[in-house]
Write a protein that binds this ligand. Structure first.
Ligand code: ARG
Ligand code: ASP
Length: 734
């Protein structure tokens, strides 16, 4: 009896959403309303999502296909993260106008910078279309028949939904295709850069602090959406007008306290909450370590180069940011999964599922089939990971791939086009070749060597070969390949015809790449892989359906899929390890503590130091009166002692228990009244396993305090006109 009780509570703990876990569907938020209000929310689900009235969802936008933004003025001004706007800030930066380094502030509308290609998408409405999508599928349909019907149905439903409008519709599967929702969107294409702080504010702490708390990054940038004269989406035109959103967010200056209710409203990209123990094992203990080790090698070489000159820093900044981002996250993820005994917990759950399923024909063998499918994909997946992370680690091999494509062409028209493209690429590549080749060559040799030692590049040399011999062989390939000799390569391209392909293919680089490709993408392996992946997709649909039947009282949230979601929780610190407690907020003082003019990530702007020295925080800082303590301070050689003094602070960041993931960057963090208090931009390292397994003791999202953002715009940058566009609300008089 006792044992059964224990099992039941464990199941409930593990498989019902834990406190604060979940990324909820706005349209169905009614189901969470009572819970949210109990947690402190003072608005209603309808204030957040309402199809008939302007509501908070109208203030949220999908920034391109990977971040979130929110309107903060009735003239189309919106906020997102600095790291989301990064490539647009970079693309407008030159050596003379280095906005990335120095920041950029449009002092008038005419100075705002168009960003071709950038989109801002508003959700107009969503709808459950499961019945229509699954219409016409007979119970005995094969998976491919099923998919074909679904595809046809989706095309019909979406085109009907937007007929006669400028909207775009997409339909996405939920719970592995047990449910389908349609999203009708309005996509704006004239989006202009309005402001960005200098990198040492917007990216303060850089990759050193990335994924970590305490954090002091001013991770924001500002853009404005423009629309045509009817307020509808239009491509860039000087005649376009600032877009009038149906709703923009009011900003609260009241700040946060530990325990305050918060919610994040945005576009989380991917989670895998319901996968089996084998999937978790594959990711956490097989794939992640390979990826991490190979990226450690690349980062070592790039970081060396970046420390050598500002030009090299600029050259590698963006790629290092992205390589390091995954590298660090996966380390936290694997540690977190293992600390939680994630694989074992999933196995326990699977046992209970199995006992429940034993007398249910549609479910009883789903887990064993899933296990079979994972057995099939695991070794192939590992090959593919090596291909991505080792073979494709160097520019050398990536270029080789382009030349191999050329060598495989046989019609003249395509050859001419490809040759022209490659000539341009070649000229560009060799511009700073001498410097770059040192880094690229080292990366090529070391990653390849690692792969060979792990047994994944037997075509290079057999196991008994010495490391030095293989290293020499790799160096020779790099040094002798025509790809690394500008004159010879241009010669070859200038004279290139279909007949040259044989010569090109005999180049050692092309040979090496073909061997690697043939191994990783072996036709039979790929067929097995594809069919096992399709099986997993189908089996997961059944598995998850069973899970829901097994626990009818649980409100299951669907995995993130880059659709609009609400995550709620509260401001809360945590204990990352024994003896350490993390407070839930950080202040400007921490920036001064981290300051180090010799470390790139910790350089502080003189202007910021000055504002700090004078505690010149305007209306954005906090003031606390401390009494009964005698404070002793040195002023020059004078000792001052005082009682009952006030302390002024500038809040910078805070953490909360909102369940977020990649894509949530830039999402508004809102308070109990639905007012903006921060911008979501990261998670704490100890909790990055939350994509697979959420643990309320460790999982925290990291937010920029909106007051720091406003302080930087107003007091630091002197762009008060932008703050004046916003609506600031202060409830409690201080
Ligand atoms: N970790 C955050 C996210 O996944 C921020 C990444 C950008 N910052 C960086 N230092 N690489 O997007
Ligand atoms: N930094 C992530 C983003 O860019 C957010 C996260 O993974 O928590 O979306």
């Amino acid at each position: 009896m006792k044992k059964i009780f224990l099992l039941l509570t464990m199941t409930a703990l593990f498989f019902s959403a834990l406190a604060d876990e979940g990324m909820w569907i706005p349209m169905l938020l009614g189901r969470n309303e009572a819970d949210m209000q109990k947690a402190g929310m003072r608005i209603t689900a309808k204030d957040i999502y309402d199809i008939n009235n302007a509501c908070l969802k109208d203030a949220i936008l999908l920034f391109n296909q990977g971040c979130t933004g929110e309107y903060v003025s009735d003239e189309g001004l919106f906020l997102t993260n600095h790291h989301c706007g990064y490539s647009y800030i970079t693309s407008h930066s030159t050596v003379e106008h280095d906005y990335l380094t120095n920041g950029f502030w449009a002092m008038s509308r005419s100075e705002e910078l168009p960003c071709p290609g950038l989109t801002a998408t508003r959700l107009v409405r969503m709808e459950d279309v499961t019945t229509q999508v699954l219409e016409g599928i007979s119970p005995d349909a094969t998976e491919s028949e099923r998919n074909a019907i679904i595809e046809r149905n989706i095309a019909k439903i979406t085109s009907n939904a937007v007929k006669g409008t400028h909207y775009k519709a997409i339909i996405k599967p939920f719970y592995y295709g047990n449910q389908y929702f349609m999203y009708v969107n309005e996509v704006f294409t004239d989006v202009r850069l309005v402001g960005a702080p200098p990198s040492n504010i917007g990216k303060f702490g850089g990759d050193t602090d990335n994924w970590m708390w305490p954090r002091h990054t001013g991770d924001f940038s500002m853009f404005r959406v423009y629309a045509d004269k009817d307020n509808k989406p239009a491509n860039y035109s000087p005649n376009n007008k600032p877009y009038k959103p149906l709703k923009f967010l009011e900003i609260s200056l009241d700040g946060i306290k530990e325990g305050d209710f918060t919610f994040v409203f945005g576009y989380p990209g991917t989670t895998q909450r319901y996968v089996t123990s084998d999937a978790v094992e594959l990711q956490a203990n097989i794939e992640n370590p390979i990826r991490i080790n190979l990226r450690t090698i690349r980062l070592k070489h790039y970081n060396n180069a970046m420390n050598q000159s500002p030009a090299q820093r600029l050259k590698y900044a963006s790629r290092v940011a992205s390589i390091a981002n995954g590298w660090k996250k996966w380390q936290g993820e694997t540690l977190g999964i293992n600390r939680l005994k994630g694989v074992e917990k999933k196995r326990d759950f699977e046992q209970r599922y199995q006992s429940w399923a034993n007398d249910k024909p549609q479910y009883y063998n789903v887990l064993s089939q899933l296990r079979e499918a994972y057995k099939k994909i695991t070794p192939i997946e590992v090959e593919l990971v090596y291909f991505q992370e080792a073979v494709r680690a160097s520019d050398f091999m990536n270029r080789t791939q382009m030349f191999l494509s050329l060598a495989n062409l046989d019609d003249d028209v395509s050859i001419v086009a490809a040759v022209n493209k490659l000539k341009n690429a070649t000229t560009n590549y060799f511009k700073d070749f001498d410097q770059h080749t040192v880094v690229d060559r080292a990366i090529f040799i070391e990653t390849y060597l690692y792969m060979w030692q792990a047994g994944y590049a037997p075509y290079l040399a057999d196991k008994s070969a010495s490391k030095a011999a293989v290293e020499k062989k790799l160096a020779d390939i790099y040094d002798k390949s025509v790809l690394n000799n500008e004159r010879k390569l241009m010669d070859l391209l200038n004279k290139y015809t279909a007949k040259s392909s044989k010569k090109l293919k005999s180049d050692p680089a092309l040979k090496l790449y073909s061997d690697a490709y043939a191994r990783a993408y072996d036709a039979q392996k790929i067929t097995t892989y594809r069919s096992a992946m399709a099986d997993i997709q189908r089996l997961m649909r059944t598995y998850v359906k069973g899970m829901m039947e097994m626990q009818p009282d649980v409100n299951f949230f669907p995995d993130a899929n880059l659709t609009l979601r609400v995550a709620y929780g509260h401001v809360e610190g945590f204990r990352p390890r024994d003896g350490v407690y993390y407070k839930p907020y950080s202040t400007l003082q921490g920036i001064m503590e981290k300051e180090n003019p010799d470390i790139y990530d910790y350089v502080v702007e003189p202007k910021l130091k000055e504002l700090y020295a004078f505690r010149d925080y305007g209306q954005y800082g906090t003031t606390t009166t401390i009494s009964d303590t005698i404070i002793t301070e040195m002023n020059g050689d004078q000792i001052i002692q005082y009682k009952n003094h006030t302390v002024k602070d500038m809040p910078v960041g805070f953490i909360a228990t909102n369940h977020t993931t990649g894509g949530n960057s830039g999402s508004p963090v809102l308070n109990a009244d639905g007012r903006l208090i921060g911008l979501n931009f990261d998670r704490c390292w100890e909790g990055t396993m939350s994509d697979l397994l959420f643990d309320p003791d460790y999982c925290r999202n990291i937010c920029l305090d909106i007051r720091y953002c406003l302080f930087i715009i107003d007091k630091f940058a002197g762009a008060k006109h932008l703050v004046d566009e916003m609506t600031l609300v202060k409830n409690s008089a201080e």
